[in-house]
Design a protein around this ligand. Sequence first.
Ligand code: SF4
Length: 444
Amino acid sequence: MVYCSTKWLPNGPFIVPKTAFYGDKTALKRTKMNLYEAISMSKRTGIYIHIPFCISKCAYCDFYSLPAGEGLMKRYHQALTRQLVEAAPSLDRYYVDSIYFGGGTPSYYGAARIVDLFNTLKDHYKVLLDAEVTMEVNPDSISDKDLRILRKAGVNRLSIGVQTADDALAKNLGRRHTFQHVTRVMERARKVGFQNISLDLIYGLPSQSKADWADTLNQIIALRPDHISCYGLRIEEGTPLHVFRDSPLIPSEDDQADMYLFMVEALKDVGYRQYEVSNFALPDRESRHNLKYWNREEYAGFGPSAHSYIGDIRYSYIKGIDEYLDALEGNGALLASRDEIPSSEQSVEYLMLGLRTTKGITGDEYHAIYQSSFAPIEALLFDYEKQGWAHRLNGRWSLTPQGFLLSNQLIRAILDARTEERITVGMPWKRSEHTAYIAQAGQK
Ligand code: SF4
């Protein structure tokens, strides 16, 4: 097991303990024993910060974001900073190994405010020196100066919203940038030292042909980003694009499937490994933060509509900025939802989220965690294998790209098989529950 890593710090290369964090004066002097102790006692978490502001609304977007002036952003910043400080003691037992500034448009919020939030986290949380720190950026709202400020402060990963290399298609989506903006930001970001850059794309756009999509992929590949996220267009109710839902301008389902499979092959050919339905990375460039969502690891979100998973509890904050600010400033409820996840639900999450990834699922893990039979699930997976929708490698089952295209139906059938099994067997799921059940039964 590796406990240390070599890092280039301002005074030269040091062996940095994996638990060295900003603000810990003794971190670099820890003895090996202290280090082992710290590691065994430590838990890790990611922190997500939602910046709900955009210059304008894109035609397809149903995220919570709104245009804002300086006054509202200032008020938000003060309230959020206070909340981060107040919440710090409750997360004291965690080392923070990823931070994600998402939105909205964090680059519109401004580098200075992002750095200020990051400094608050460094001061009040155990943010590891080698934490992955990502900021979402729109190519039209980031200056060279901002890039320098962010990199200097320790932001080490950018996620740039590109969507398409075709300027006319981008304009139809309400995007404010051209592809020239994208190439410029990439070039400048590399120059100031960003070695981990992700580009976001969307396929299946109105009027987009397969040739258009191939052209976008070619242009993106030429920029050699470290990571690519690629989503099929979803036309959500309430968005301006919804009027196009039945339009012949929207590529057919078959065409969209072709675009997806073409992308998987094209990216594989040039060295990008698919590690989730929609995510591809060069070696060691998978998003540590996003992997937490799919691996059911803990994370704490801040900001309106932000979700968290801490302990066995999932909770989310209210969506409206006014309600959120009211709650932080003293009145009203902050939470929109709070669910303790029973072990039966955790097994659903294990299957649903695990089958989104190429790491996949195994019978041993499923059985060890949930004390339940994997047999009916595996029987279905064997069927899927015959159809070319799933495969097994070193004992792990995962969906193939063809299977990912049908993942909703395939996973639904697996969950139904699991429910059937549970009803048939009728046993409690975890050993602890089982012991409690027996103790209770003994008292009757
Ligand atoms: S920039 Fe992103 S969050 Fe803002 S409106 Fe466009 S898609 Fe939505």
